[in-house]
Design a protein around this ligand. Structure first.
Ligand SMILES: Nc1ncnc2c1ncn2[C@@H]1O[C@H](COP(=O)(O)OP(=O)(O)OP(=O)(O)O)[C@@H](O)[C@H]1O
Length: 246
């Protein structure tokens, strides 16, 4: 087993994943994630972005391949150790907001901190700070069902940033937001990540969102591809780019 380069916070080699029903998910994806970068994983719907983020974050285990975090192998860890790592070092944002309906907004946002052992009082202070930054501070004592969908998603983003994770996995995090909201929330997310040194792996099929990242990798049919821009010519008109497997 060859150890990955030291300057990569995460490193994956030749990941293969097949879903339980036999559907292909990933067909040999390798990539590196550098410390404190915002990495976009782009590609059309069904290209394997979510599956890749789930494998990298340890939510599922690839049937073949290696994932390393901070120069230590993750692919050899058992389910409990992977769960602890996810709880203590990673956070996740889903495309649709998932909150605990019985808890109010600040309690939801404080939950990952409390699960890591932070006192309720300190977790509340941190949660309220992030809710303010995401413009939902005035909803702190409401229950999730009293909020609009876009506000609930902002709460999920605050909840993911509050613990200061080493890596934040964001799967189409602005999908439920309106266009105007989207730009503001993305800017807050990327600015916060940069100022707190949080590495972000951001799945998106939207080129405007991918453009906010420091670097982008593209997927197609579960493989990494490189987009090649071809010069405009009569033969290539309307077909300005093609993808090559790398
Ligand atoms: N739970 C599942 N069971 C079976 N097949 C699945 C499952 N989840 C995803 N797939 C299939 O795996 C492939 C990759 O899906 P994935 O959700 O990772 O892609 P994606 O790029 O994130 O797409 P989207 O943008 O629509 O979320 C697709 O063919 C999809 O239909």
């Amino acid at each position: 087993m060859e150890a990955p380069p030291d300057n990569d916070v995460m490193w994956a080699r030749s990941l293969h994943f097949t879903h339980r029903d036999g559907s292909p998910g990933l067909a040999g994806v390798s990539l590196e994630v550098r410390q404190s970068e915002i990495l976009a994983v782009s590609g059309p719907r069904g290209s394997g972005k979510t599956t890749l983020l789930r494998c990298l974050s340890g939510l599922v285990k690839a049937q073949q391949g290696e994932v390393w975090f901070n120069s230590a192998p993750m692919h050899t860890l058992g389910p409990m150790a992977r769960e602890r790592l996810r709880r203590d070092r990673f956070c996740w944002i889903d495309p649709a907001p998932v909150l605990v309906p019985e808890l109010n907004v600040w309690e939801n946002a404080a939950l990952p901190l409390m699960l890591r052992g932070t006192s309720r009082r300190r977790a509340k202070v941190a949660a309220l700070e992030w809710l303010e930054r995401l413009d939902v501070g005035d909803r702190a004592r409401r229950r999730p069902h009293e909020l609009r969908q876009a506000e609930r998603q902002r709460v999920c983003i605050a909840r993911a940033l509050a613990p200061g994770p080493t890596i934040l996995f964001a799967d189409e995090p602005t999908a439920p937001l309106h266009r105007a909201d989207r730009a503001h929330v993305l800017r807050t997310l990327t600015t916060a990540a940069r100022s707190h040194g949080i590495t972000v792996v951001l799945a998106t099929h939207d080129s405007e969102t991918a453009a906010l990242a420091d670097r982008a990798v593209s997927l197609l049919d579960g493989r990494r591809v490189k987009t090649v821009h071809l010069p405009e010519s009569p033969e290539t008109e309307g077909r300005a780019a093609c993808s090559l497997s790398v």
